[in-house]
Write a protein that binds this ligand. Structure first.
Ligand code: SF4
Ligand code: SF4
Length: 220
């Protein structure tokens, strides 16, 4: 899932200056799981804005803000409220916010500015009710086979592909001690698989930057 955190209310109020009434958009998938843009957070944002003198023209918690076609359909059903608004605040990831903008352009509501109400941090796995852990950084060229299924690109603070930096202490990372050293995990995993031989290979630098962007994918 895409993990985001709320922007501070003071920042949001600054950005919404002169745009009352505002229309609020949430997302019932990742943003709801992160407690950023579900029904509860959209309601709380509406109350907070109202208390600070910003009125709310309407709101909609989308069924997956990043789904462009659904977002367009859902926002079209809110056209009357959107037409009465002077700005849109999106409590979802940056992709969701841009999906909302695309829908507004398509609906000829291009005069409405779109503001992100959240900061988007990472793709991560949910490890608890409100806990998230980044295991993959979407590098575009998966190397997990070489490391027993544990990713050094995302999980080693230095992104080292050919062994540890030597700074680990007690199995923890020297840069971020709250995290286990990825290379300790890789070593333990490969030992268990009886594949320590994989560590003897040298993984060459990658030829291009697999994270180059923007990216587009169309599959048949
Ligand atoms: S190598 Fe790591 S960062 Fe790259 S795709 Fe695989 S898990 Fe993700
Ligand atoms: S201690 Fe481990 S995880 Fe941290 S930077 Fe060094 S090798 Fe990478």
């Amino acid at each position: 899932m895409i993990v985001s955190v709320p922007k501070p209310l003071e920042h949001i109020l600054t950005r919404l200056d002169g745009e009352s009434p505002v229309f609020l958009v949430g997302c019932n998938l990742c943003a709801a799981a992160c407690r950023v843009g579900g029904e509860r957070e959209v309601r709380a944002m509406a109350e907070a804005l109202t208390q600070h003198g910003v009125s709310v023209a309407g709101s909609r918690v989308l069924d997956g803000a990043c789904n462009a076609r659904k977002t367009r359909r859902e926002l079209e059903s809110c056209r009357a409220a959107l037409e009465g608004a002077r700005g849109v605040l999106v409590l979802a990831c940056g992709g969701g916010a841009q999906s909302v903008l695309a829908a507004l352009l398509d609906l000829r509501l291009e005069r409405l500015p779109v503001h992100p109400g959240a900061d988007t941090l990472m793709q991560a796995e949910q490890s608890g009710p409100a806990e998230f852990e980044q295991l993959c950084s979407l590098c575009g060229e998966c190397l997990l086979d070489d490391y027993g299924g544990i990713c050094p690109v995302a999980r080693c603070a230095k992104g080292l592909l050919n062994g540890p930096c030597g700074g680990s202490a007690g199995g923890r990372c020297e840069v971020f001690p709250e995290h286990p050293c990825a290379w300790v995990l890789i070593g333990e995993r490969l030992r268990r698989l009886d594949r320590l031989d994989l560590l003897e290979r040298v993984i060459p630098p990658r030829s291009g930057d697999p994270r180059a962007h923007p990216r587009r994918l169309r599959r048949s």
